[in-house]
Design a protein around this ligand. Structure first.
Ligand code: GDP
Length: 525
């Protein structure tokens, strides 16, 4: 590690993920406070940050007050460069979050202490497990009555399918919440009576009598018992098991009260991984290689409605990215120079001259980029790991203004390149089907087609359960399947075969009847 470039080893690029309302926005805000990116503590209400921070670029987002786009917030802390990739809280944009997870080196999962593991947390953790992304769990809202911490830890292990290791331990909760014992730093962090910040942060031997003076005899005894049980039940914390994504360290706190957040951050910057090697189809790319490589994982809508320009988010994988330098856009085999690449701060963005592995740069995009595009200094590389997930909601898309056919087609094409949704063409009737993971995306598409492309679309219902990609080692069998199911066959934009199942039963039957056919639920197989 010591031989590596410190510009690389000091970078921490991660996402905060949670089920809506667990406290992701609040935690993000508090982290930004420590990073000096915003000054007002507490004054910023949870939805406010979505409005004022960079994550709120789209008009529709303002209207609805939910976070549609994914943006980046970066700050320096204690010598580290922290890049937080924001993810939309709304579950209809889960696909966006999945994609963002391909650009992070680690994640922090926020869990509500009363609600435990919720649906969205479970889904997002599946992606982290798939990619072996190290995760730290922050159990939030300890100022409220929640679950017994031991029960909660069991649930985390079971539901998230990962071993856990508490690195802090709560002393009561709700009204009686007194703070946490920080196992990582061996300190007692006491929760203030005014519940705004830590009054005392004491280094203490929990065996010594002084503990009683701080939290009273009863709680002192309970803490000692709990900690004994913790060390009996859980293995000693080994940072390598965290880095290999086998164990998730757990912290307890209250984001709203800014309690336990600094401890989380202090531990996080020390143990979280710096940018890792990234696998391309051709080879594995190491961050310390001298030549620049990067990939586009996200494209956002127009920031300024007067200018028809999107921003493509490029994750730097290796080398050093420089402004005004020719880079190869591999898919288009074109050389591009970027005169105004941007970096993102909580409330502004600024032009940068250089960026390092782990950083995210915003590149102006007038339709040249697609999700997954690779930029290099000339090497023909294709980064892997940007799967599309099989959508769950479907509608036929129809042209509602025949005078604007061209605009509509261009709009659809670009929105699909951005990864807003997926389009399939039914081989039987030639109609175009849009598949999404949530209802809201249909509204986003319609809104953006009208506002950005001057085109109108209309949705028509289609009853489908799932679209899945199919392939087989036996071409004859594949052909037979396609003939038998010709009404249900479609092509995706890359021309791959997609099977449109109209019910779970139909899918199950197809799987049973055609054992030689593989059914895939992500586009990468
Ligand atoms: P997100 O949807 O995950 O981004 O959640 P938010 O950060 O918007 O928080 C959801 C709600 O929980 C808001 O009303 C917050 O004020 C509240 N909240 C967040 N953290 C805490 C906490 O530590 N304690 C309590 N009591 N409420 C919290």
């Amino acid at each position: 590690m010591s031989n590596l470039n410190p510009e690389i080893t000091r970078r921490r690029t991660f996402a905060i993920i949670s089920h809506p309302d667990a406290g992701k926005t609040t935690l993000t805000e508090k982290l930004l406070l420590f990073g000096g990116q915003i000054q007002v503590a507490g004054a910023v209400k949870s939805n406010k940050i979505k409005k004022t921070a960079t994550s709120d670029w789209m008009e529709i987002e303002k209207q609805r007050g939910i976070s549609v786009t994914t943006s980046v917030m970066e700050f320096d802390y204690d010598g580290y460069k922290v890049n937080i990739l924001d993810t939309p809280g709304h579950q209809d944009f889960a696909e966006d979050t999945f994609r963002t997870l391909t650009a992070v080196d680690s994640a922090i999962i926020v869990v509500d202490s009363a609600k435990g593991v919720e649906a969205q947390t479970r889904k997002l953790m599946t992606v982290c497990r798939m990619r072996k992304t190290p995760v730290i769990i922050f159990v939030n809202k300890m100022d409220r009555e929640g679950r017994d911490p031991f029960d909660l830890l069991d649930e985390l292990e079971e539901e998230l399918q990962i071993k856990v290791r508490p690195l802090s331990w709560p002393i009561n909760q709700g009204q009686r919440f007194k703070g946490v014992y920080n196992l990582y730093e061996q300190r007692l962090n006491l929760y203030a009576a005014d519940k705004q910040h830590i009054t005392e942060n004491v280094e203490i031997d929990i065996a010594c009598e002084e503990l009683e003076n701080h939290i009273g005899a009863e709680d002192a005894q309970k803490l000692r018992d709990d900690l004994e049980l913790v060390s009996g039940v859980y293995d000693d914390f080994d940072v390598n098991t965290y880095l290999s994504a086998d164990v998730a360290p757990v912290f307890f706190g209250s984001a709203l009260n800014n309690f336990g957040v600094k401890e989380l951050l202090d531990c996080f910057v020390r143990i979280a991984p710096y940018p890792r090697a990234v696998v391309a189809e051709e080879r594995t790319v190491n961050p310390e290689e001298s030549k620049f490589t990067g990939f586009i994982f996200k494209i956002t809508a127009n920031i300024d409605p007067n200018h028809r320009s999107c921003i493509a988010f490029c994750k730097i994988c290796s080398g050093r990215f420089l402004r005004n330098t020719p880079y190869l856009h591999v898919r288009q085999n074109k050389t591009l120079r970027f005169s105004s690449p941007t970096q993102f701060m909580a409330q502004r963005k600024s032009t940068i001259d250089e960026a390092w592995p782990g950083d995210i740069v915003g590149l102006p995009d007038n339709g040249i980029f697609k999700i997954g595009d690779t930029l290099t200094e000339g090497e023909l590389l294709h980064f892997k790991g940007l799967p599309s997930f099989s959508p769950e909601m479907f509608k036929y898309i129809e042209n509602a203004d025949p005078m604007k056919t061209k605009q509509l087609n261009k709009g659809i094409e670009q929105l699909m390149d951005e990864g807003v949704a997926q389009m399939f063409t039914n081989q039987f009737n030639g109609r175009k089907i849009i598949g999404t993971v949530g209802q809201l995306q249909f509204e986003v598409i319609q809104y953006r087609l009208e506002n950005e492309y001057g085109a109108k679309c209309r949705w028509e219902p289609i009853h489908l359960y799932k679209a899945c990609w199919i392939d087989s080692d036996d071409p004859k069998e594949l052909e037979k399947f396609k003939q038998r199911k010709y009404q249900y066959m479609a092509k995706d934009l890359e021309g791959r075969d997609v099977f449109l199942a109209d019910s779970g039963y139909m899918l199950q039957m197809a799987q049973q009847d055609f054992e030689q056919i593989r059914f895939h639920f992500t586009s990468e197989f």
